[in-house]
Design a protein around this ligand. Structure first.
Ligand code: ADP
Ligand code: MG
Ligand code: MG
Length: 255
């Protein structure tokens, strides 16, 4: 089992005018094996939530707690968070020039397990994971994210998810920049992961499109650093029809 529990999370970033509060009290529990979608307009703090959970140094936690199976995530280093079972697919995956996909994956796997994977099965696993994402085996010799198309970047992220097998996947706009074929391949990969025993998924997205392929158990509407509304998959359909306007207006009236 794996449960990620976020309670009253407050996060600031340092700006020229001092600290600015971006997350204003976020409470969200990803129960054992469930898939949650976070949907919201640009600038509402979705990436901030993902990065804060993963431990990016740019963000300062000023209040609240994050636990994974009861363990204090906020007390852990970035590496410890990964070893504890958290995986972040970034909205803009970073280039790692001079490091091949195959070395990158092997290093990541070794760091997680504390020992290097057995070579023969590992090569098979890597090729299998790439193939499932419609990536050619020669892809593993390329430098990580260097010159990758938008679709290749995101498919590589899901191949990582498959191989590294975390407890909880934080997927930040994994659907951005994907054409319809890549979106299907990526969605299938997410679904395969989500169907493994007890895996949690936090799917952050701006658009409802991916939710036709990845069915969330819960949908949270994120506006101005807060969860403005929560519901089941039907909430995504409502957002598809109505957009975020209603929630943005309600938020502004509160100020
Ligand atoms: P989303 O992912 O929902 O689009 P983000 O988490 O990227 O939103 O950003 C949330 C808010 O934080 C935005 O309004 C953005 O302008 C602000 N922000 C992030 N970093 C900084 C920074 N270094 N200085 C000022 N504002 C920032
Ligand atoms: Mg599941
Ligand atoms: Mg974002």
């Amino acid at each position: 089992m794996s449960t990620l529990e976020i309670k009253d999370l407050h996060v600031t970033v340092e700006t020229e005018d001092g600290a600015k509060e971006i997350l204003k009290g976020v409470t969200l529990t990803i129960e054992d094996g469930s898939t949650h979608a976070i949907m919201g307009p640009n600038g509402s703090g979705k990436s901030t939530l993902a990065y804060s959970i993963a431990g990016h140094p740019k963000y300062t936690i000023t209040g609240g707690t994050v636990t994974l199976d009861g363990e204090d995530v906020l007390a852990m280093s970035v590496d410890e968070r990964a070893r504890a079972g958290l995986f972040l697919a970034m909205q803009y995956p970073v280039e790692v020039p001079g490091v091949s996909v195959s070395n990158f994956l092997r290093t990541a796997k070794t760091a997680l397990d504390g020992e290097s994977p057995k070579l023969r099965t590992w090569v098979k696993d890597v090729n299998g994971a790439l193939e499932k994402m419609n990536l050619d085996p020669t892809f593993s010799a390329r430098s990580v994210n260097e010159g990758f198309s938008g679709g290749e970047k995101k498919r590589h992220e899901i191949a990582q998810l498959d191989l590294l097998d975390p407890k909880v996947a934080l997927l930040d706009e994994i659907d951005s920049g994907l054409d319809i074929d890549a979106l299907k391949v990526v969605s299938d990969g997410i679904n395969r992961f989500a169907e493994r025993d007890g895996k949690g998924v936090l799917l952050i997205t701006h658009y409802t499109r991916i939710l036709r392929y990845v069915k969330p158990d819960f949908v949270h509407v994120f506006v101005n650093g807060r969860i403005a509304e929560e519901g089941g998959p039907e909430l995504a359909d409502q957002l598809e029809a109505e957009g975020y306007d209603k929630y943005i207006k309600a938020d502004q009236q509160e100020l």
